[in-house]
Write a protein that binds this ligand. Structure first.
Ligand code: AP5
Ligand code: MG
Ligand code: ZN
Length: 215
């Protein structure tokens, strides 16, 4: 299955993509994760991306599109993929369409995980991530077994730099202005599915599997 996950920052795209990727046996591709990997490793791409990410804006389209194009060309994407955090602008969505056309495949669905802004702020302020393996936690909603340590690898959990409140507000503004129009874009193409993401993590997973028709 070829999927795009839409939704505001903190809607749960990453959390749900991990579950779906295991279930569907297709790779989870998060442009945010790719940028953070590059930032951690001090690459030129990471240095450039950090300037935009720290302000809560978007990395320029031409950069992001190039990265996704290369990633989708890899072998493990031949049976499908879950794109998390891409596309985020209309030009990115149009580029994805043309990449898929070149590959001779179709996007199955774009799923919007809907969560209102007030809930987003609660989620992002409590989010903690593992810098080593990328697992995501929440201090109240999804706490690790041992305080401050990753369940999977034991590394000390950290807060993402862009989860500070001022940056979160900018990210939300960027989302409403530049990314929310994609809901209409995919609706017009008959590819849009909407899932209420306000419930518990497991409840959202159940709703996602149901709308996607996955047993
Ligand atoms: P990215 O990493 O994509 O950030 P984002 O869209 O802001 O999304 P998040 O990762 O913050 O949230 P999520 O929806 O994955 O939620 P999560 O599952 O973690 O991008 C970062 C930056 O990179 C962007 O701001 C931009 O600058 C740049 N970038 C990335 N892609 C780009 C692109 N295509 N073009 C240009 N620039 C790009 O959940 C959040 C928290 O809530 C967690 O703590 C989780 O445990 C908790 N939680 C999840 N579900 C629930 C639930 N149901 N109930 C309670 N808590 C929950
Ligand atoms: Mg994410
Ligand atoms: Zn870990």
């Amino acid at each position: 299955m070829r999927l795009v996950l839409l939704g505001a920052p903190g809607a749960g795209k990453g959390t749900q993509a991990v579950n779906l990727s295991q279930k569907l046996k297709v790779p989870h591709i998060s442009t945010g994760d790719i940028f953070r990997y590059n930032i951690r490793n001090g690459t030129p791409l990471g240095k450039m991306a950090k300037e935009y990410i720290d302000k809560g804006g978007l990395v320029p389209d031409e950069v992001t599109i190039g990265i996704v194009k290369d990633r989708l060309a890899q072998k493990d994407c031949s049976n499908g993929f879950i794109l998390d955090g891409f596309p985020r602008t209309i030009p990115q969505a149009e580029s994805l369409d043309s990449v898929l056309l070149d590959m001779g495949v179709n996007l199955d669905y774009a799923v919007d995980i809907f969560v209102p802004d007030t809930e987003i702020i609660r989620r992002l302020s409590g989010r903690r991530v593992c810098p080593a393996c990328g697992m995501t936690y929440h201090i109240h909603f999804e706490p690790p077994e041992k305080d401050g340590a990753c369940n999977g690898c034991g590394a000390a959990l950290i807060q993402r730099d862009d989860d500070r409140e001022a940056t979160v507000l900018n990210r939300l503004e960027t989302y409403h202005r530049q990314t929310e129009p994609l809901i209409g874009y995919y609706k017009a193409k008959g590819r849009l599915l909407v899932v209420d993401g306000q419930g518990k993590i497991d409840e959202t997973t159940v709703k996602l599997l149901k709308v996607l028709g996955i047993k």
